[in-house]
Design a protein. Structure first.
Length: 594
């Protein structure tokens, strides 16, 4: 909540007192009460709080966090005069990471892997660069960006702060002098004898120097783009460039009599993971880099993103969102979330930034791959999408075709059965037919969950199977995957067929076999048929179709039920034989026909 009576002077005093107290505890080992009292006295008696070499100058040199909250308060602090959001714990973690790397000098190589939209560019490219050059902690800084346009934008923002920030000018003076020093969109030479330059990720940094001084800091902001991860060869090329150029253009630390008298060139990468072997992923695995990795949704140990979005109220919300029969599925899904907001809570990285429905759930449903990389920094569950397009027809259009044979395929899901680390909690049903036009039609594709308690799941599964048989009277074969129930369900269905007065006269054959083929290999057999429209889906089965389109291989997909059952239908419909009924005539009828 923003205080509309925000008092800048009071804020400055409180911030100064807070961080001075903390510094006295750290440096002098004062008890907290004594440190507070001493800080109050120092502030009261000081004749130089905000000017050159004053208390604020001293604290900013010791604490990057204080520097951001005082000198750059209009960027980081929510006030009535700006539109800044409230800070989250992740921002304090980023500040602490920079403290440890640049002030405490604990490590020389950092890798900050933070979700898109968390202000990491503001913290590093802007705030860190300004801090480095206000205190001359870096004589020559290079900022590397994905594109030249991005790099120039960074420089414009940095220049604006140096020229217009009154707190910076009061303490450090006017560091921009366009008459005496080089100041343009690619280089800012400051009046204190330091220099900032930019490069795009495609440019070479070999031999770069400032007045004979090699780079003392490199900040790589998203130093890779889509082209760098399209192929393994492209990823390796980017990695080679980083190792051969970025890590070699600086200098090592200087020691005299075992004491460090000169820091090594600092290298900081910030960005998001794009692929398993992208630049950022590789840096995460390097022993000489310290990595800070954060995800937009805070998961518990062993928890997966699907454990949130594919269960309970969130699953119901998703079904509403994808229900094309509704007048406004998006708004109805949003209203459902608002009504159940408290029950649909899950912890996130920045409460003041993201709405769980708008910014997280919807983006996950729209494009899981982008969400997992941009927001979750998780490429381990991302593969290449296999299905690029699909063809649908309405139920009315489908039913106009002349079908040669029809079958029901079922892949049961046992309670809490786990498949390759994923909870296999969907029952997949597919009613499919082969038409006389040569195309195969998925007339009904369903992904269902039944109540688990007291055997209700099993009974509901059997009942739903019978209901489908009654609805689609031309079904002659049922295929049931055997792995889950070991054939018990097939026996039960036969028994129920005999009991049911409507179904017992139907000649329905049950095929009950185990899954023993490689799923990825099996599903790959339908990729061409789906993409080219030879397998046609019911346009109303949006959830079923969506799961197929999201399939990226069994190891990289949250669920493979829809793709798997479709492949079973495609392969088995060709194998089944439907015997045509034999016409029986009286001999007298045969003679009469002549």
């Amino acid at each position: 909540m923003i205080d509309n009576n925000f008092d800048n002077d009071r804020y400055n005093q409180i911030t100064l007192h807070k961080y001075l107290t903390f510094q006295l505890i750290q440096e002098k080992n004062y008890p907290k009460a004594e440190a507070k009292k001493k800080a109050t006295e120092l502030i009261r008696t000081s004749t130089n709080l905000w000017g050159k070499n004053g208390l604020a100058y001293y604290l900013g040199q010791k604490s990057f966090e204080f520097f951001c909250l005082y000198y750059l308060q209009d960027i980081f602090v929510a006030k009535p005069t700006n539109k800044q959001r409230g800070l989250a714990p992740v921002h304090y973690e980023m500040w602490n990471f920079i403290d440890e790397m640049f002030i405490k000098d604990y490590f020389d190589k950092g890798n900050m892997v933070i979700p898109r939209g968390c202000a990491k560019t503001t913290v590093c490219d802007l705030a860190l660069t300004i801090w480095l050059h206000c205190y001359k902690q870096s004589i020559f800084t290079i900022i590397g960006a994905k594109k030249e346009r991005d790099a120039k934008q960074f420089m414009d923002n940095i220049r604006t702060v140096f020229e217009n920030n009154p707190n910076i000018i009061k303490t450090f003076g006017k560091l921009i002098d366009t008459k005496k020093f080089t100041v343009n969109s690619e280089e800012i030479e400051l009046a204190n004898g330091t220099d900032i330059q930019i490069v795009s990720s495609g440019a070479s940094v070999r031999g770069m120097n400032y007045r004979g001084i090699r780079p003392t800091c490199f900040i790589g902001d998203d130093f890779q783009d889509e082209a760098d991860v399209l192929t393994e060869e492209a990823s390796l090329k980017k990695w080679d460039k980083w190792c051969k150029e970025i890590e070699e253009f600086g200098d090592t630390a200087t020691y005299r009599d075992g004491i460090k008298v000169g820091k090594a060139t600092k290298i900081l990468s910030i960005g998001t993971i794009m692929k398993n072997n992208c630049l950022i992923s590789r840096l995460c695995r390097q022993k000489d880099y310290k990595t800070l990795l954060k995800r937009a949704i805070i998961l518990e140990g062993g928890q997966k993103i699907e454990d949130i979005f594919d269960k309970d109220l969130w699953l119901e919300c998703k079904r509403i969102y994808f229900d094309n029969k509704r007048d406004n599925p998006y708004q109805e899904a949003k209203d459902f979330y608002i009504e159940n907001k408290e029950a649909m809570y899950f912890p996130i990285l920045w409460e003041d930034k993201w709405d769980r429905f708008e910014d997280l759930a919807v983006k996950y449903w729209k494009n899981r791959e982008a969400f997992m990389t941009e927001k979750m920094n998780d490429a381990a569950t991302i593969g290449e999408k296999k299905f690029k397009s699909n063809r649908t027809e309405s139920p009315e259009e489908i039913n106009k075709h002349n079908f040669l044979k029809t079958m029901l395929c079922i892949d049961p899901a046992g309670t809490n059965t786990k498949v390759k680390g994923k909870k296999k909690d969907y029952f997949a049903f597919l009613v499919g037919s082969l038409s006389d036009n040569g195309f195969k039609y998925c007339r009904k594709g369903e992904l269902l969950k039944f109540e688990h308690s007291n055997g209700k799941e099993y009974d509901a599964y059997i009942k739903h199977t019978l209901d489908l048989l009654k609805k689609y009277k031309d079904i002659t074969h049922i295929w049931i995957e055997k792995n889950t129930y070991g054939g018990a369900d097939a026996i039960r269905i036969r028994e129920e067929l005999c009991k049911d007065h409507e179904l017992r006269c139907r000649d329905i054959e049950i095929i009950n076999t185990s899954q023993n083929k490689n799923k990825d290999d099996k599903i790959s057999t339908i990729v061409g048929d789906v993409n080219n429209g030879r397998i046609i889906f019911n346009s109303e089965d949006t959830e079923f179709i969506e799961q197929i389109m999201e399939f990226q291989g069994c190891n990289y997909s949250a669920h493979d039920d829809a793709a798997d059952i479709t492949s079973e239908f495609n392969n088995r419909i060709d194998e089944i034989e439907v015997l045509e009924p034999i016409d029986i005539y009286k001999i007298s009828d045969l003679f009469r026909r002549r």
